[in-house]
Design a protein around this ligand. Structure first.
Ligand SMILES: [Zn+2]
Length: 132
């Protein structure tokens, strides 16, 4: 009787391990897939005050492209397949240039003197909009 119980318990433990391994695999691949799709849906949005003056989906950018943002401060935006950066601006503080490259959804470069904000957005919530 005692022996039998032990055998059953051992088998259950082994199955628990298998189940755990499967769950971990599913969880890891889910995170990976989600992360990947977020990257593919990244979109640059440039606003002056609250008005959108430029948008670009990074998935359609194959190489570095310099984009002048029509503005009194001659801001030049460098759009890359994996991010975006303000490379030149005639504003006083140059905080926008010093911010460097942004690569993730939700990050932003702001130029206060020029009233310009450059943000990256993306993720599941935008999927419908882009695909449609
Ligand atoms: Zn600036």
């Amino acid at each position: 009787m005692q022996n039998n119980k032990n055998t059953v318990r051992k088998r259950v433990t082994a199955w628990d391990f298998v189940l755990m391994a499967v769950l971990v695999c599913v969880a890891v691949s889910a995170i990976f897939i989600q992360h990947k799709s977020n990257d593919e849906l990244l979109e640059v949005v440039v606003k002056k005050d609250s008005e959108i003056v430029y948008t670009q989906s990074l998935s359609s950018v194959s190489r570095e492209t310099d984009v002048p943002i029509d503005n009194e401060y001659n801001i030049i935006l460098r759009v890359m397949p994996d991010g975006v950066q303000v490379i030149s601006s005639e504003c006083g503080d140059k905080i926008c240039v010093n911010t460097g490259k942004i690569t993730r959804s939700g990050q932003a470069v702001v130029c206060l003197p020029a009233h310009i904000s450059v943000t990256l957005r993306g993720g599941e919530s935008e999927a419908d909009v882009i695909v449609g």
